[in-house]
Design a protein around this ligand. Structure first.
Ligand code: NDP
Length: 279
């Protein structure tokens, strides 16, 4: 039986770590040729090893060290994929980040540099990539999957306002671009994860010990994660694979699938026992 992404060419941004690495491995295992990318060469090397463990061929993996907040970084990513594989079938816009304020500010006072950095990686780079891949995706009648977050939903998080705003913008982009590109046979969809155990908190400057404490706390509080534990990168990769697989999800256009163990269904009000309060 042929593998479901046999012969497909897939770019996975942010694949030097976490969700992106698990996604690149999933596509490679299912027969795709993958471009993996990020800024950190050593982490990318780890991802390459993980991909080679399931494909066994250097011909099926393209490694690009680049910063996709720069126009030249995006050019490098797209051009090297075309040079090595000759086409693009699937674009996974997974790279993303949140930033703490350099001057220790919180809430409304968080500086505009932080806003700019957040939007550069979570929004601008995605626009740039979709624009530069557009003709290739139209030629292949391809797929785009954006990785958003439940942070883009209706709830407020005062300390990470720009992150939440950037993911709301990404959700809107998914819908708008989907309706444009479906005219050309290209689908755009997205996945919105909740808490997933990755390098994400480390990238914000939190040391390993703090990250462990954080995940332990989440695990102990079912009002934070009803399913009882942070998600694994592989669980999000499966949703990405589903949305990139036209045989499985052909009629889904411009939607975001939430994968969060139930987190976004909990409202603060309902975590208090109002029965007791009213006694
Ligand atoms: P990680 O920090 O583990 O991975 C983020 C990836 O993005 C890394 O490979 C990093 O590569 C890459 N990246 C960041 N900035 C740049 C840049 N300027 N240029 C190129 N690559 C960059 O986090 P996750 O795997 O958790 O994050 C993946 C996506 O999932 C993000 O969009 C995030 O917002 C989203 N998400 C994550 C959640 C979580 O709880 N983990 C929850 C909800 C959504 P490098 O450092 O090598 O540049």
């Amino acid at each position: 039986m042929s593998k479901r992404f046999e012969g497909k060419v897939v770019i996975v941004t942010g694949s030097s770590q976490g969700i992106g690495r698990a996604t690149a491995v999933l596509f490679a295992r299912e027969g795709a040729k993958v471009t993996i990318t990020g800024r950190d060469e050593a982490s990318l090397e780890e991802s390459k090893k993980a991909v080679l463990a399931v494909t066994n061929s250097e011909n099926n993996v393209n490694v690009v060290v680049s910063d996709i907040t720069t126009s030249s970084g995006v050019d490098q990513l797209v051009n090297s994929t075309i040079d090595k594989f000759g086409k693009i079938d699937v674009l996974i816009n997974n790279a993303g980040a949140a930033f703490t304020d350099e001057n220790g500010k919180v809430g409304v006072e968080v500086g505009l540099e932080s806003y700019q950095k957040t939007f550069d990686i979570n929004v601008k780079s995605v626009i740039d990539l979709i624009q530069k891949c557009r003709s290739h995706l139209i030629a292949s009648k391809g797929e785009v999957v954006n990785v958003s977050s439940i942070a883009g939903g209706p709830h407020a998080n005062t300390n990470f306002a720009y992150y939440c705003m950037s993911k709301s913008a990404l959700d809107s982009m998914t819908r708008c671009f989907a309706i444009d590109l479906i005219n050309h046979g290209v689908r755009v969809n997205s996945v919105s994860p909740g808490i997933v155990a990755t390098h994400f908190l480390n990238a914000m400057g939190i040391p390993d010990e703090g990250v462990k404490k954080c995940y332990k706390y989440y695990t102990e509080h079912r009002d934070i994660i009803p399913s009882g534990a942070p998600g694994k990168p592989e669980e999000i990769a499966q949703v990405i694979g589903f949305l990139a697989d036209r045989n499985m999800s052909s009629y889904i256009v411009g939607q975001s699938i939430i994968a969060d163990g139930g987190t976004s269904l909990i409202m603060g009000m309902n975590t208090h026992d109002l029965g007791d309060v009213c006694k």
